[in-house]
Design a protein around this ligand. Structure first.
Ligand code: DAH
Length: 345
């Protein structure tokens, strides 16, 4: 029996040494240390061993068995990933990260990024995000914003009408300004009773049939702000714009209002920001957008009592800010989707 054991040991270890894959290791395991393997095969011979030799032969049996088992374990872990007993397929680590190809990794478009940054800052000032449809109607784009029927802003030449204004009572159109969302939000608040107070910003696309050039596009983005509450004043408007400017452009930013006219605000102003658009450049006054105190006619049109509530509104273009902040010279670059540009900004 000792001879048999010695032979199993040396043959087993030699064979084991030459094994290079999991399936061969598995068949080795079955033939040597499995339940029908060679080690089990020699066990019945124990009964023929003389009494005095039993202890020594038993010891040798254990040695050989242990040697083969530990040889098996070593081999198992040295084969990549370790062969699973009972499995014959290649072992795969499902938790290992894949190979990342940076050429196919997407990223946020610059406009999406800036829009997110703006919303984030206004959120810190207590403004929630409100949405409105891009396919609007004249009622929300003009009438309820106190823009009279004969106002030049309504000219079909300057708007994307979907219905013929001379044939339809409330013609549909692509919205030309995000001020429409002021109306939608106030109507909703009044109808459902959740406000005022109302404190929202609304970023989104607007459409105007402008001739495309370096600073004009027939589609661009605006962000609208609206705050309706008791005793809201022009100084609240000013401080909101100033806090926004400093949060986004840095502590040196400043804001000034210039008297202006918009049908939906009274008084109205245009606002400029003193900002260094590019890092290290000298700050200068940049015209940004319009603002003012919401006209009582607008509040009334939306079912809000102007004797009880007052508010301010503002709106400005997102491209202007993105182009300045990231040094983009031509608005068309934002919409051509040239991958070389998109990867750079
Ligand atoms: N909607 C205006 C525009 O597109 C901008 C604007 C002016 C928005 C005054 C306002 C505002 O909310 O109060 O030119």
């Amino acid at each position: 029996m000792l001879n048999a054991l010695n032979e199993i040991e040396s043959a087993g270890l030699t064979e084991l040494a030459s094994i290079e894959d999991a399936p061969s290791l598995e068949s080795w395991r079955v033939s040597y240390i499995g339940t029908k393997g060679k080690i089990r095969g020699v066990m019945p011979m124990m009964k023929d061993v003389s009494k005095e030799d039993k202890a020594a032969v038993g010891k040798r049996l254990n040695e050989v068995k242990t040697a083969l088992e530990s040889g098996f374990k070593e081999k198992q872990s040295s084969l990549k990933g370790g062969a699973q007993a009972g499995s014959t397929g290649p072992s795969i680590d499902l938790t290992e990260p894949g190979i990342i190809d940076s050429h196919t990794l997407g990223r946020e478009h610059i406009i999406t990024r800036v829009r997110g940054e703006l919303v984030e800052i206004f959120a810190r000032l207590g403004f929630e995000v409100a949405q409105g449809p891009e396919l609007e109607d004249e009622d929300h784009n003009f009438t309820k914003l106190n823009i009279p029927a004969a106002h030049p802003a309504r000219d079909p030449i300057d708007n994307f009408y979907v219905d013929d204004p001379s044939k339809v009572d409330t013609p549909r159109m692509l919205r030309s300004q995000t001020s429409t969302v002021q109306i939608r939000t106030m109507e909703d608040a009044a109808a459902k009773g959740w406000g005022p107070p109302i404190k929202i910003v609304s970023p989104g696309r607007v459409y105007r049939p402008d001739t495309v050039d370096a600073t004009h596009s027939f589609m661009f983005h605006q962000i609208e702000g609206l705050y309706i509450d008791r005793d809201v004043s022009m100084s609240d408007l000013m401080s909101t714009l100033l806090q926004f400017a400093r949060a986004y452009f840095g502590e040196d930013a400043d804001v000034r209002l210039r008297p202006s006219f918009f049908p939906f605000t009274e008084p109205s102003a245009e606002f400029d920001m003193m900002i260094a658009l590019k890092p290290g450049s000298e700050p200068s006054w940049i015209e940004l957008g319009g603002c003012g105190m919401v006209d009582p006619n607008v509040l009334t049109a939306c079912g809000i009592d102007p004797e009880e509530w007052t508010g301010f509104a503002f709106g400005f273009g997102i491209e202007r800010i993105a182009m300045g902040k990231y040094g983009i010279p031509d608005i068309r670059m934002l919409f051509e989707n040239d991958v070389r540009f998109l990867q750079r900004v």
